[in-house]
Every structure is written in structure tokens, then in C-alpha cells.
Ligand binder design. Structure first.
Ligand code: NAD
Ligand code: GLY
Length: 368
């Protein structure tokens, strides 16, 4: 097992990465489960796959699970599900000193974390991330949110978990498409600040995605350590450091909006395409050689991801995609910061990007 400390001054916690952590849940959570009944929020897919393991683990440790099983999918991150989950936690008489457990992907983690942030002005929560995306990104760092009619993740809070248990066994039941989507957030850490890790991904990603346990542990633990370093330096994204984690997200957000935030394009798939676009746009500005941008696209293609915008078959122009970007929550006083590359392994925040130039660039990419 790898243990990665997230050494925040006010709210330090550990992320543990290994196989079999859910089966030993009570031992892992020692000192945190104060009552016999343990409230767990999950979704129906995860409950079907892992509910019994959790039930047994709690039962053996003298506890009893009490479940809130939500519908799978992005639409669960809603006001309605938040309100219903809060009512349920109140009915369960959860107190500020108690821990609520989030068992699921980023949807469950974000919703449950936000509920924990506001329940009685804040109670504790534990993340049990069950997707690769949630293990390497969303369960760590304390961003929680729901979606509203105005857009994704526009209402939320920074609220750190007390513990994150990334059990690699759960990845065995994750659909391949979801695994690949989560991989985009793994390779992102190489692109933004770690050329050696990008090279490791080049050499090992396929075997890792095919299930090699040692490679999986290395990929998840290395990604979590990278995220923890950034979160410790810039917990609330006020210093341009945490913003680097948004590599590919501004382009990706426009693609998600154009495809209606639907199953047509998963978040991680949009991020993968967005990272290729960020690399190609960096090359257009002369920041990196075109060969480096091609390398990013080739790598994603080799692991099985779409790396060309034209493959999406979007019926729109670059200006339409740029209009979606204007609703991005990263807009700051009329400027949209873009994360660009100075090299593979060196990202930076560019605040001087002209959106009409981005629209021309996207026109060409849509036909590429
Ligand atoms: P998700 O939570 O929707 O899970 C994807 C699908 O996989 C769902 O159908 C789910 O039921 C299923 N699933 C999950 N674990 C499974 C398992 N082990 N076995 C079988 N099926 C399983 O999607 P996600 O990609 O994990 O998360 C996406 C969300 O994360 C988005 O809402 C995004 O905004 C958010 N996010 C948040 C942060 C953050 O820092 N808070 C970062 C990145 C993304
Ligand atoms: N996923 C981006 C962040 O946590 O800041």
C-alpha cells in the first residue's frame, strides 16, 4: 500500500492506495467511525458491484451500513439530489463529529462532499473513490460541487475529506471506457509538470490499463502525490498553481457543452481531446515544436483514446466552441486563462490568449 499525506495545515489527511482497502474498511477508518450505523452515499452501479463487500467489512467490525443509493450519472449532481441527501443525513441524525462515506466516482464524491460541507455547517467525510478519475483527481483536494441550469460545478465548496481510500480492486469492475476516460487525468500530471512521468506513461500505460497491479498502484500513487503537492501549495486556486490542473479543461469544456454534457463525450474524453488541442495551440504559438503536440496525440491514440477533434463529428465552427468557453467558471474579469505548454512536462497559465485566434485555430482543427 502507498500512503500519500496531504499535509494541509488546517486539514491534513492521508490518501491510501492499495488493493483490498474496502474489505478492511473498519481497520482503515480506525478512530473515525463513532457510531454503529455508518451513513454511505453511493450510486446504483457501485452499490451493485461493491455494496456487499462494504456491508461485510462493516459487519465484521461491529458496524452497520445505512445506504443512500442514487441514480448513476452526471444529472445526480443536482439541487434536488443534494436536498434529498441532506434530508436523509439529517434523518440519520448525523452530527458534526461524524463521518459520512462517499463510495463512488466523481459524481458521488462531489455531491457527498458538498452535502458534508453544509450539513450542520460542516461534518466530516471519507472518500472511497471507485473510478480511476476519482482516485487520481476528484477525491483529492477538497473541491466539491453540484451542477445548476447555468452550468457545471457552479455551486460548491472547498471541503477536504478526512481520509481517501483508493482501492485498486474496484477498477476491475469499471467499464473500459470509464477507465480510459480517467487515464486522461493520469497522463495530465506528466504533461503539466513531470516529463519523466509522461515517458513512464508512454512505456507503461497500456499494461497499466490492461490490469497490471503494480503499474496501477504506481500510476495512481504517483498521480495522487502530484495532486497533493499542488493542493498543498495552492489549496483554493488563488496562485496559478492549482489552475495547471485545468490543462485541457477549457477546450474540453467547450466540447462537453457542444455535445450536451452527455454520454456522447465523457469528461475525461473531453479532457484528453482538450489536452491535444492545448498542445497543438501551444505549437501554433511557437511554444513547443509541432512534433511534441503530435507526440501527445499519438500517445492518447495508442492507449485507445480519440485524439482528433474531427473524429467527434461536431456540426459547428470554432466561434461556436469559443462561445461555450465564455461560460467557463474560470473567466476572470473578461479574460479566460488557458493552460498551455512550454514543453511536455512544463505547463503555464497564459492570460493573453485572443479568443478570435482560438476560434480560427479550432476551425482548422475541426477539419483536420
Ligand atoms: P461517475 O462518478 O459518473 O462514474 C462513472 C460511471 O462509472 C458511473 O456510471 C458509475 O456508476 C460507474 N462506476 C463508478 N465506479 C464503478 C466501479 N468501480 N465499477 C463499476 N461501475 C462504476 O464519473 P467520474 O468520471 O468518476 O466523475 C466525473 C465527475 O467528477 C464530474 O461530475 C466532474 O465534474 C467531477 N470531477 C470533480 C473533480 C474535483 O476535483 N472535485 C475533478 C475532476 C472531475
Ligand atoms: N480537478 C482540478 C482540481 O482539483 O483543482
Amino acid at each position: 500500500m502507498a500512503v500519500i499525506p496531504v499535509a494541509l495545515a488546517d486539514a491534513p489527511y492521508e490518501v491510501r492506495v492499495g488493493t483490498g482497502l474496502l474489505a478492511t474498511l473498519v481497520e482503515q477508518c480506525r478512530g473515525k467511525l463513532r457510531k454503529r450505523r455508518v451513513p454511505i452515499v453511493t450510486d446504483a452501479h457501485v452499490h451493485a458491484a461493491w455494496g456487499a463487500v462494504i456491508e461485510n467489512a462493516l459487519h465484521e467490525g461491529g458496524h452497520e451500513a445505512t445506504w443512500r443509493v442514487l441514480p448513476p450519472g452526471e444529472s445526480t449532481k443536482s439541487w434536488d439530489q443534494l436536498a434529498a441527501t441532506l434530508d436523509w443525513l439529517l434523518a440519520e441524525e448525523v452530527e458534526r463529529g461524524d463521518h459520512v462515506i462517499a463510495l463512488g466516482g466523481g459524481v458521488i464524491g462531489d455531491l457527498t462532499g458538498f452535502a458534508a460541507a453544509v450539513l450542520k455547517r460542516g461534518c466530516h467525510f471519507i472518500q472511497l473513490p471507485t473510478t480511476l478519475l476519482a482516485q487520481v483527481d476528484s477525491s483529492v483536494g477538497g473541491k466539491t460541487a453540484i451542477n445548476t441550469a447555468a452550468g457545471k460545478n457552479l455551486v460548491g465548496a472547498f471541503h477536504q475529506p478526512s481520509l481517501v481510500l483508493a482501492d485498486l480492486a474496484v477498477l476491475d469492475t469499471l467499464p473500459r471506457r470509464e477507465l480510459l476516460a480517467g487515464y486522461a487525468e493520469v497522463v495530465k500530471y506528466g504533461l503539466i509538470g513531470d516529463a519523466d512521468f509522461f515517458a513512464w506513461c508512454d512505456a507503461n500505460a497500456r499494461a497499466m490499463l490492461n490490469g497490471d497491479p503494480a503499474l496501477r498502484e504506481y500510476a495512481v500513487a504517483h498521480s495522487v502525490a502530484a495532486k497533493a503537492r499542488i493542493v498543498i501549495e495552492d489549496e483554493r486556486e488563488t496562485r496559478d498553481r492549482r489552475a495547471l490542473l485545468n490543462l485541457g479543461h477549457t477546450f474540453g469544456h467547450a466540447l462537453e457543452a457542444q455535445t450536451g454534457f452527455s454520454d456522447r463525450l465523457l469528461h475525461g474524453e473531453a479532457v484528453a481531446l482538450g489536452m491535444v488541442l492545448a498542445a497543438r495551440y501551444s505549437a501554433r504559438r511557437g511554444l513547443i515544436p509541432a512534433a511534441s503536440a503530435d507526440h501527445v496525440a499519438r500517445h492518447l491514440r495508442e492507449v485507445g483514446m480519440a485524439a482528433n477533434l474531427s473524429a467527434l463529428g461536431l456540426n459547428c465552427d470554432g466561434a461556436t466552441l469559443v462561445r461555450h468557453m465564455l461560460h467557463d467558471k474560470k473567466m476572470d474579469a473578461g479574460t479566460l486563462p488557458f493552460i498551455l505548454l512550454r514543453a511536455i512536462g512544463e505547463a503555464f497559465v497564459a492570460k493573453d490568449v485572443a479568443l478570435d485566434d482560438v476560434a480560427h485555430f479550432l476551425d482548422a482543427e475541426l477539419k483536420r
